[in-house]
Write a protein that binds this ligand. Sequence first.
Ligand SMILES: CC(C)(COP(=O)(O)OP(=O)(O)OC[C@H]1O[C@@H](n2cnc3c(N)ncnc32)[C@H](O)[C@@H]1OP(=O)(O)O)[C@@H](O)C(=O)NCCC(=O)NCCS
Length: 185
Amino acid sequence: MKPRIETERLVIRPWRDIDASDALAIYGDEHVTRWLIPQLSWVPDVPAMRDLLHRWQAEDVKPAGHWAVELRDTGRVVGGVALLRLALWDDMEIGWQLARSAWGNGYAAEAGAAVADWSMHNTDLEEVFALVGPTNARAAGTAKRIGMELIGETEQYHGQRLNLYRLRHYDLAYHPDSPTYAGET
Ligand SMILES: CC(C)(COP(=O)(O)OP(=O)(O)OC[C@H]1O[C@@H](n2cnc3c(N)ncnc32)[C@H](O)[C@@H]1OP(=O)(O)O)[C@@H](O)C(=O)NCCC(=O)NCCS
């Protein structure tokens, strides 16, 4: 079961069917999906978005998964966080996606830090990685903000040259105000 994680400004929780329109504003926007590695296909419409949400809801591989990122004060879903096992490797990759209207507020760092914190405190995971395209300054800034260390360039994952960032549990530089964890109700 995926947890529900609360931070100062955000609720990070499993996706629900009702999120399809908000999710489409993220995954149906090519300004967001062009940065995703491997490119998560651009989602064309609400039914396709709902199908994808169903797949994410069915995931049950702790600590991996996709979460919705909701603003605490309005309940609006503004983004997603994913923690995924890298194919053929044991390593875990964390990734963030926000609706463009929500960029520039540090939400990805707050959500990413909270999911990384949860995964390293509630499983035996000791480190997580992020793979960032060389021109993706916002994603690189988010990784640094969380306290991730740039290890260097690699072509080891996804068949592309990418910058590899690593976060070990004692590197967590961004401590979301006492995140609280709970099972989804
Ligand atoms: C990546 C993403 C989640 C980041 O969220 P965001 O709200 O845009 O990020 P922020 O504006 O909080 O910026 C994050 C950091 O990068 C810095 N930054 C932002 N734009 C920057 C730029 N053009 N150059 C350098 N640094 C930049 C910010 O100053 C901030 O650092 P700080 O917290 O130390 O001040 C968001 O841009 C997004 O969804 N992009 C498309 C999908 C994507 O790229 N996902 C990641 C794939 S690896």
